[in-house]
Design a protein around this ligand. Structure first.
Ligand SMILES: [Fe+2]
Ligand SMILES: [Fe+2]
Length: 242
């Protein structure tokens, strides 16, 4: 295990999409991760439809991981309208599901939210006009607020922000430009760039695109969706030193 002063080895994988007919889909992978990393981050879309049976299958595999597992839900985990049940099952297996409260492991802080869509720069949806348009934008703002509140509570010199949606355009380059606004929100970037201790951001959601980018302030952002990581590294998870 890393000391509180040395680098922490962080494995990260997004978009697991566990299905109800899967048989121990991540058991071997999580066991392998335990040999190479001090912490495992799961970046949302843990299940395919947010079914409890899917969550139970993943929960069993999480038990095979001997290092702490932290993470956030993705939009797929909301599909059945019972994300709180998915969270309960995963927490029951020992996973730390980030949403309202940051967590610290060996001197490194972890803050995480699912995030939301809404777009970037000139293409960003504004909270204007119809109530439903304002509600839509509110969701992204609320997620950014939750992330900021978690980051503010951390007293560590190093931290990692864990997201499902992308805070920047760089890591979704390669996806069709027409869907950029559904892949994330620039509003998630503001809290990240406000705190010196954020050393890296990991996210999923877009199954194609680019592995690495940076926030406007220069903080590295890694898109760890397994479909992007696998062709690049020959394994389904990213490994970072924080
Ligand atoms: Fe996904
Ligand atoms: Fe997603």
């Amino acid at each position: 295990m890393a000391s509180s002063n040395g680098p922490l080895r962080v494995a990260a994988i997004g978009d697991l999409h566990v299905q109800e007919d899967s048989v121990a889909p991540y058991r071997e992978l999580f066991a392998e991760v335990s040999n190479h990393a001090d912490v495992l981050l799961l970046c949302g879309d843990l299940t395919n439809f947010g079914k409890t049976t899917e969550a139970e299958i993943l929960a069993e595999d999480i038990k095979s991981c001997s290092v702490p597992v932290l993470g956030v839900l993705g939009n797929h985990d909301y599909e059945c309208g019972q994300p709180e049940k998915v969270v309960e099952i995963l927490r029951g297996a020992g996973m730390i599901v980030l949403d309202e409260q940051a967590h610290e492991i060996d001197g490194v802080g972890f803050a995480g939210v699912k995030g939301f869509m809404g777009g970037y720069g000139r293409g960003e949806l504004a909270p204007f006009g119809e109530p439903i348009a304002k509600l839509f934008v509110d969701e992204a703002m609320n997620e950014a607020r939750k992330l900021e509140n978690q980051l503010r509570t951390l007293r560590t010199e190093r931290s990692v922000a864990v997201l499902h949606y992308s805070p920047i355009v760089d890591t979704i380059e390669g996806e069709p430009e027409a869907i950029f606004q559904y892949l994330g929100s620039q509003r998630l970037c503001d809290p990240i760039d406000r705190f010196d201790h954020v050393k890296a951001v990991v996210h999923g959601h877009a199954h194609h695109g680019t592995y690495e980018g940076r926030t406007p302030r220069g903080t590295p952002v890694y898109k760890v969706a397994q479909f992007v990581v696998k062709p690049k590294f020959g394994r389904r998870y990213a490994l970072l030193e924080i």
